[in-house]
Design a protein around this ligand. Structure first.
Ligand SMILES: Nc1nc2c(ncn2[C@@H]2O[C@H](COP(=O)(O)OP(=O)(O)OP(=O)(O)O)[C@@H](O)[C@H]2O)c(=O)[nH]1
Length: 602
C-alpha cells in the first residue's frame, strides 16, 4: 500500500527504567494486531537475552503498526524504541531525530526520574510533540494527580490532555493511539528531493550483511538503487528494503517519512554508523543531516584471557561483537603481568559489563578485566598534549606538566530527606555543587559537577544504597579540567603489577594504596617465600604489607588412606590454578585483579 505522508506518524517512548515502556509497546503491538496474543508471551521489543535478564533496554528496535483510527482512516505508526541507559544517549538522540513525537511514560507511583528528565530535554531539543502518559494507574500506590503536578512543575508541560493508562491491563491504550494520530504531526520532507535517510541503528546479519535501520527524511530508496553513506563516502547497491512487522518484511521501497530497513551488502557496521546520512549515489544530497558524530568511548579497560591459549578466541569474539557494535573499540595490548590481551573502549560502565558478560557467556571465555579508567589529557613539559587510555602509558612524573581529566554534569533526583546523604556522597567524590531545585511532593533536583572517574566506580550503587533506592541519576560529559592526579602503582615481590596501576587524585592515593595492599595480602596465597606487597607513587612507597612464607600441603588434610578423596583435592587445586596468573615467581588469583574495583572508593 502507498501511504500519503499525512497518514504516517513516527514516535518513540521516553521513560525511566521500569516505568513500563516495553510493556506499553507490547500493548500497542497487540492492540493494532501486529502480533497475535500467543506471540506476545515474550516482550518483543527487548530482544536480547541479556536485556531481558537485566530488565533494561540496551539496543533499540523499531516496529510498524497499522492503526484504524476513530476518524475511519488507517494510519502507519512507526514506533522507535530507545535504549534506557545513559551510556547510550547518543543513540537515543538519533532515534529522537527520526521521530516527530514522543510518549512520555511516567510511573504513577514513582513520578519523574532523572533519566526521564534528561530524555525529555533531548526530545524538546528536537522539537518533538510530547504526549504525557501516566502509567501503572492500577497500582494501589498510584497518585496520578501528584505526577501530573510534577510534570507541570518540573517540565512546564500542560497535562490537561495527559493519558492515564495501565500497560498491564490495557486501559488507556486506545486513547494513546488516538492521541498519537491527533497530536503528533505527520512527517514533512519533499518526496521529489534527493534521498536523505537517517541511520538510527543497525545490526549485522550473517546472510544479508548490515541491516541499516533508517528514517527517510526526503526522497525515497528502493531495491537496486546505488546509495552513498555520506560520512564515509562509501557506495553500495541496495539489495533489500523493507519494514519491521516486527520481523523484517521486504517491501522493495521506502518513501518520504517512512521508517524501515535497507540491506546493501555492507560488511561492517563501521561503514554504516548511527547518525550517518544515506543518499542517492547518482543524485547525492548537497549536505548531510545534522547531528552526526563519531561516538568516542569514555571508559577503557584491559581484557585478558586467564589462559593465554584463549587469546585467539578472544580476538575472534571481539571481532564478531564489533560487527554489531560500532561503539566497541579494541586494540591488542601486552601487560607484563597478564600477557597478551586487548585494551577495550566502551561508552560507559554498563556497556563494558554487557560486553564482558557476552564474551564470557556466548563465547565461553574466561577473562581477567583490569580496573576501568577514563581517558586523561596530558600536557608534557615539552608542551605536547597527549591522550592516554591506560595508566601505564603515563609519561614519567618529571615529564608531566598538567594532567586533565573528564568531568560530567550530573543531575540527581531524590526525596528531600536524602539531600544530605547525596551531598555527602558527591563531596566524597570530589563533586562541586552547581544547583538545587525543589519539585512537588518533597522531591529535589541536585546538579553537581563531578569527575567522570569518580562516577565509573560504584557511584550509582552508593547513591542507590544511601537513598534506599529513591535517587536517580543522569549525566553528560562537560569537558576536561586539570586535577591533582598521581599514578599509584602496586608492586608485588618488587615487580610493578601494571594491570593494577591507577591514576588517582592525590588526596585519595594514600588511603587507596593502603586499602589495596591490605586487600591483596588477603587474596594472594602464601608461597614458599615471603612476598612484599607495596603501593608506590613515583619512588615513594606509601604502603606495605607482607604475605608470610609457608609450605602448603593440601594432602596433609587427608589422613593418607582415601585415594579418591586425595584425587578430588588435587583436582580442585588444579581447577583453582586455572584462575591464577603467574607474575614473576608469584601466583596471583584473578580476584586480586578485581580488588581495585570492589574497594569502596572513598
Ligand atoms: N501494575 C502494573 N505494572 C506494570 C505496568 N506496566 C508495566 N508494569 C510492570 O513494570 C515492570 C517494568 O516494566 P517494563 O515494561 O519492563 O519497563 P521498561 O520501562 O520497559 O524498562 P526498560 O526496558 O528497562 O526501559 C514490569 O514488571 C511490568 O510488568 C502497569 O501498567 N501496571
Amino acid at each position: 500500500m502507498e501511504w500519503d505522508q499525512d497518514r504516517i506518524r513516527n514516535f518513540c517512548i521516553i521513560a525511566h527504567i521500569d516505568h513500563g515502556k516495553s510493556t506499553l509497546a507490547d500493548r500497542l503491538l497487540e492492540y493494532t494486531g501486529a502480533l497475535s496474543e500467543r506471540e506476545m508471551t515474550n516482550q518483543v521489543l527487548d530482544q536480547m537475552d541479556l536485556e531481558r535478564e537485566r530488565g533494561i533496554t540496551i539496543k533499540m528496535q523499531a516496529v510498524r503498526l497499522n492503526y484504524l483510527a476513530g476518524d475511519g482512516r488507517e494510519y502507519q505508526l512507526n514506533l522507535i524504541d530507545t535504549p534506557g541507559h545513559v551510556d547510550f544517549s547518543y543513540e537515543v538522540s538519533r532515534s529522537l531525530a527520526a521521530c516527530e513525537g514522543a510518549l512520555l511514560v511516567v510511573d504513577a507511583a514513582q513520578g519523574i526520574e532523572a533519566q526521564t528528565l534528561a530524555n525529555v530535554y533531548l526530545a524538546l531539543d528536537h522539537n518533538l510533540e510530547i504526549i504525557p502518559v501516566i502509567n501503572k494507574i492500577d497500582l494501589p500506590g498510584a497518585d496520578p494527580e501528584r505526577v501530573k503536578r510534577e510534570i507541570e512543575d518540573v517540565i512546564g508541560m500542560d497535562t490537561s490532555e495527559c493519558v492515564l493508562a495501565s500497560a498491564k491491563s490495557g486501559e488507556g491504550v486506545r486513547n494513546i493511539l488516538e492521541k498519537i494520530v491527533a497530536k503528533i504531526p505527520p512527517p514533512g520532507g519533499l518526496s521529489q528531493a534527493s534521498l536523505k535517510a537517517l541511520v538510527f541503528d543497525s545490526h549485522y546479519d550473517p546472510y544479508k550483511g548490515v541491516i541499516a535501520y533508517i528514517r527517510i527524511i526526503e526522497g525515497s530508496v528502493s531495491k537496486g538503487m546505488q546509495i552513498k553513506m555520506m560520512a564515509t563516502g562509501k557506495e553500495f547497491e541496495v539489495s533489500d528494503a523493507g519494514i519491521f512487522r516486527p520481523t523484517l518484511l521486504s517491501v522493495g521501497e521506502l518513501r518520504t517519512g517512512e521508517v524501515g530497513f535497507i540491506a546493501a551488502g555492507i560488511k561492517n557496521v563501521k561503514d554504516c554508523q548511527v547518525g550517518d546520512t544515506v543518499t542517492d549515489a547518482r543524485r547525492p544530497a548537497a549536505v548531510p543531516l545534522p547531528g552526526y558524530r563519531k561516538v568516542t568511548p569514555m571508559v577503557y579497560c584491559g581484557l585478558y584471557p586467564v589462559d593465554n591459549i584463549q587469546y585467539d578466541d578472544l580476538k575472534d569474539a571481539l571481532e564478531k561483537l564489533k560487527l554489531n557494535d560500532a561503539s566497541l573499540i579494541y586494540e591488542p595490548e601486552t601487560s607484563e603481568a597478564l600477557g597478551f590481551g586487548f585494551r577495550c573502549g566502551f561508552l560507559g560502565l554498563l556497556h563494558m559489563e554487557i560486553i564482558q558478560e557476552r564474551l564470557e557467556r556466548e563465547y565461553d571465555l574466561n577473562l581477567i578485566t583490569t580496573a576501568p579508567n577514563v581517558v586523561y589529557q596530558i600536557t608534557t613539559t615539552d608542551g605536547e598534549v597527549i591522550e592516554i587510555d591506560n595508566p601505564s602509558k603515563l609519561p614519567p612524573a618529571g615529564k608531566v606538566e598538567i594532567i586533565e581529566e573528564p568531568f560530567v554534569k550530573a543531575i540527581i533526583m531524590c526525596p528531600k530527606d536524602f539531600v544530605g546523604a547525596v551531598m555527602e556522597l558527591c563531596q566524597e567524590r570530589r563533586g562541586t555543587f552547581a544547583d538545587m531545585e525543589y519539585m512537588s511532593a518533597g522531591r529535589v533536583i541536585l546538579t553537581y559537577n563531578l569527575p567522570l572517574s569518580e562516577i565509573i566506580f560504584d557511584f550509582f550503587d552508593q547513591l542507590k544504597s544511601r537513598t534506599r533506592g529513591y535517587a536517580s541519576l543522569d549525566y553528560e560529559l562537560s569537558g576536561y579540567k586539570e586535577s591533582n592526579l598521581v599514578k599509584l602503582d602496586i608492586m608485588i615481590a618488587g615487580e610493578v603489577l601494571d594491570a593494577l596501576s591507577v591514576i588517582i587524585h592525590h588526596d585519595k592515593a594514600y588511603y587507596r594504596g593502603r586499602q589495596l595492599v591490605e586487600k591483596l595480602r588477603g587474596l594472594i596465597p602464601r608461597h614458599l617465600f615471603e612476598i612484599p606487597i607495596q603501593a608506590t607513587i613515583g619512588n615513594h612507597i606509601i604502603a606495605r604489607e607482607t604475605v608470610k612464607a609457608v609450605r602448603k600441603n593440601v594432602l596433609a588434610k587427608c589422613y593418607g588412606g582415601d585415594i579418591t578423596r586425595k584425587r578430588k583435592l588435587l583436582e580442585k587445586q588444579k581447577e583453582g590454578k586455572k584462575r591464577m596468573k603467574q607474575v614473576g615467581n608469584v601466583e596471583i588469583p584473578q580476584e586480586a585483579f578485581m580488588a581495585v574495583l570492589s574497594i569502596e572508593n572513598k
